[in-house]
Design a protein around this ligand. Structure first.
Ligand code: ADP
Length: 560
């Protein structure tokens, strides 16, 4: 091409010409260097990669066409000031930027942007420092590229694990900032990540730098810090101890949103409880779910259940230990008899409850007695400790997860089917047996309707269940992809009709889900749009994220 179209990406964002793109990307290259920019000009660059080697160009778990959500380029800023300059350049063109930290975001869209042609801002490549681990205050301050694994390794390397634990999600490779801003969860007593963050630093769409909570109160000036740029200045001493500060609490505006680019965040670490014991309670029958959830509610509310436990469906556990082929030659959904046989073979229940006890032995003993007694109303319920189970048991994996040690074993259930990819469908429910059973019945029936097995888990929050349905599909089977996509769309409507909404979702169904949160003529979305257009008048940050579109995008053409 001519000089003015030196860079021709496979896809341009709406209303941006190739000439404009080319000169924009040239300016970014001049800023951050060639090595930090990749323009996606050829299909050879679109490779699904793997969990350990994630792609940043598109969603490796594509339920639509592989390149449906595609970046025009990926750019890795070297520091906060690069981010500010890029934002200022993007404003001139209304150019969409899609910030990510690590870009795994598995089952929810990976690193892919909602609007194809966006630049994926790889925040984690250079901004990857653990800035502080404060033992006395039990918190850390991190940049976007710090993964759960990185923080755990740091604690181990510095002999700090006898003082502090970190809460981790099912897989250790995600970023603390990405997972927390998405309101992801883990399984220790600190499992609600959003609840545990304190103090954020954010580049706003106009390039200004904001610190939230107590971070907005300057640390007293000292000679050695006087000349520092805002991003390098020490934080207020309470910023990572008290999350709220003064005035409207704005942190929420930077979670699951498109109002800023997070550059630092404080996160609480859990003091080592001085003792730990994980356990499994197997529940033999499918409808034991109902009674188990009713047993769990008072225990969890009263904190006899100290952590975020899970009630896992037999097939999720089975899938961690082997693919469907390993258990059956059927391609249809497995029957009740098949599931009973698998449960028997694995010495598991149709549902399996994974929990843990924290604290010195006398405390653990009392809690364990309370919990076992409560579950004893369920005939056939049995309790196991890790050493009672085989070497490859899920309990041995959860034993690590529930004490904040990252693992990767849960990746295996994605291979339930050949060329396995997955989508998460994640509705919220009351911690009530009837609700859990009803939600399970609706989701299972629809899974079977499209010929897929039900794989799922109920994650027990303080007062609600995050029900996670793991929709596993063969990504090389276009028919099955269509069915998986139909399944999630149908489930969203089924659930909304029952008053159930999702806590988080994949790019492909963000609009639909925001559409279900429509109480009083969609007051929530209207408010979000007002905020979006005021804070980001040129619509440059993650347009369409969570179904919130800036005014530049006609909803009719962009909504899915
Ligand atoms: P993971 O940590 O699992 O790899 P990502 O880095 O992909 O997750 O982040 C998940 C989502 O969180 C992104 O798609 C984006 O919407 C949001 N996000 C991640 N990092 C940032 C950030 N630094 N600033 C703003 N939003 C972010």
């Amino acid at each position: 091409g001519s000089k003015s179209t030196k860079f021709t990406p496979l896809v341009l964002p709406p209303r941006v010409t190739n000439e404009e793109f080319s000169s924009f990307i040239q300016k970014i290259i001049n800023l951050v260097g060639n090595e930090n920019v990749e323009v996606i000009t050829s299909r050879d660059q679109i490779d699904d990669g793997s969990y350990m080697d994630p792609t940043l160009t598109h969603d490796p778990h594509h339920v639509m066409e592989q390149d449906y959500f595609l970046a025009s380029a990926t750019v890795a800023p070297r520091d906060v000031s690069d981010v500010q300059v890029i934002v200022q350049l993007a404003n001139k063109l209304s150019f969409p930027l899609w910030p990510i930290s690590i870009g795994r975001n598995s089952g929810y869209g990976g690193a892919a942007p909602r609007v194809s042609g966006s630049i994926v801002l790889n925040m984690g490549k250079h901004l990857n420092k653990i800035l502080e681990v404060n033992v006395e205050g039990a918190y850390c301050l991190v940049e976007p590229g710090v993964t759960f694994q990185d923080m755990h390794d740091y604690l181990v390397k510095n002999n700090l694990r006898d003082k502090l634990w970190l809460d981790v999600p099912d897989l250790g490779g995600g970023s603390i900032i990405g997972n927390t801003t998405e309101r992801g969860v883990g399984y220790t007593p600190y499992g609600d990540h959003w609840m545990m963050h304190s103090g954020m630093e954010v580049v706003l769409p106009n390039g200004e730098l904001l610190r939230t909570g107590m971070g907005a109160l300057p640390d007293p000036k000292r000679p050695e810090t006087m000349g520092l740029k805002p991003e390098d200045q020490p934080w207020n001493k309470s910023a990572h101890l008290f999350p709220y500060g003064f005035g409207p609490y704005v942190d929420g505006l930077f979670s699951q949103s498109n109002l800023g680019i997070v550059t630092k965040m404080g996160m609480w670490l859990m003091p080592n409880p001085g003792g730990y014991q994980s356990y499994l309670i197997t529940l033999p029958r499918e409808d034991d779910l109902k009674r188990a959830v009713d047993v769990i509610r008072p225990l969890r509310l009263g904190m006899a259940l100290q952590n975020v436990p899970t009630i896992r469906h037999i097939l999720l556990d089975a899938a961690v230990m082997g693919s469907k082929k390993h258990y059956s030659s059927k391609s249809d959904p497995l029957s009740d008899e098949d599931l009973d046989a698998i449960a028997k073979k694995l010495n598991l229940g149709r549902w399996n409850f994974y929990g843990a006890l924290y604290g010195p032995k006398p405390i653990r003993d009392v809690l364990l007695k309370t919990i076992t007694e409560a579950f004893s109303v369920i005939p056939g319920a049995k309790i196991y400790l890790p050493e009672d189970t085989p070497q490859d048991s899920v309990l041995r994996i959860r034993d690590k997860t529930m004490q904040g040690i990252p693992t990767y074993d849960e990746l295996k259930w994605i291979d339930w089917l050949p060329n396995g990819a997955h989508l998460f469908f994640s509705p919220i429910a009351k911690v009530a047996g009837e609700d859990a059973m009803a939600q399970y019945a609706v989701t299972k029936r629809r899974c079977h309707e499209v010929g897929l097995d039900f794989l799922g888990t109920f994650i027990v929050g303080m007062r609600e269940l995050h029900h996670i349905v793991c929709i596993v599909f063969n990504k090389k089977d276009p028919e099955q992809k269509k069915k998986a996509h139909w399944l999630i769309k149908t489930l969203i409507d089924d659930c909304a009709a029952n008053g159930w909404g999702e806590y988080r979702t994949h790019l492909a169904v963000m609009d639909q889900i925001m559409g279900t949160y429509n109480w009083n003529n969609g007051a929530l979305l209207k408010f979000n749009e007002i905020v979006k257009n005021a804070v980001d008048p040129n619509g440059i940050i993650a347009p369409g994220k969570s179904g919130v579109w800036p005014k530049q995008y006609s909803k009719v053409t962009h909504k899915l």
